[in-house]
Design a binder for this molecule. Sequence first.
Ligand code: ATP
Ligand code: MG
Length: 250
Amino acid sequence: MKQILCCHNVMVDFAGFKALQGVDLAIESNEVRFLIGPNGAGKTTILDVICGKTKATEGKVLFHDEVNLCKMPEHKIVEQGIARKFQNPSIFSQLSVFENLELSIKQKRNLSSVLFARMTAETNDEINRVLEQIGLLQCREQQAGSLSHGQKQWLEIGMQLMQKPSLLLLDEPIAGMTGSEREKTGELMHEISATCSVLVVEHDMDFVRRFSKRVTVMHEGRVLCEGTMADVQENEKVQQVYLGRREKAC
Ligand SMILES: Nc1ncnc2c1ncn2[C@@H]1O[C@H](COP(=O)(O)OP(=O)(O)OP(=O)(O)O)[C@@H](O)[C@H]1O
Ligand SMILES: [Mg+2]
């Protein structure tokens, strides 16, 4: 399998606090990779480094083996095909579901200085395709603010998909969702992986067990281990720092 992203010895220092202490992480094309670990392990920080929100103090993040993302501003990283869904809602509540998706194309076009967007049949089809993928085709004309929490999360994922990314970064996407919304989200992530790798931070171990193939465990700013959920569950260090402790607490 071809690697799409490779982090080499990534370090982040927040005014003396070493949030990342040499992260090595490789993501393959079309994979859904789960990133787990206790609070403060550095999971969100590594996503921030990949999308350029936080700059690494040392190390490299190579996209498609050659482009070093560490040197790039955030908008250039978006243009490379990396999409990040943040935890806080960023949809336009007053606009329809359709308009939210339409707007996310226009933003991309402005960004890359292409001709001003005009609604074409092709664009319309593209929006409908994404609406179908995220399960919101029936809600096309509905005001985004009136969607359920889970539907809003899917709309945000859809807004990222409009930019045709090749890597999608998700930070705790199922937080606050109902059981059936979680299930749909897990299935959606795997569907998305047909065209785009997905790197997802998650705390819900039942969800990770259900939908993961490969899992990376972080602890204190480093990768502790990697493998299938069964592999990492057997790892003694993981049991000590995370799974054992969390599962006992549950
Ligand atoms: N801007 C910042 N300035 C200083 N310290 C920060 C900053 N952002 C994060 N940190 C610290 O870096 C460490 C890693 O944070 P991070 O948010 O990446 O953890 P996480 O693994 O995502 O945790 P959680 O599971 O709670 O979301 C934490 O100790 C956090 O307090
Ligand atoms: Mg976090």
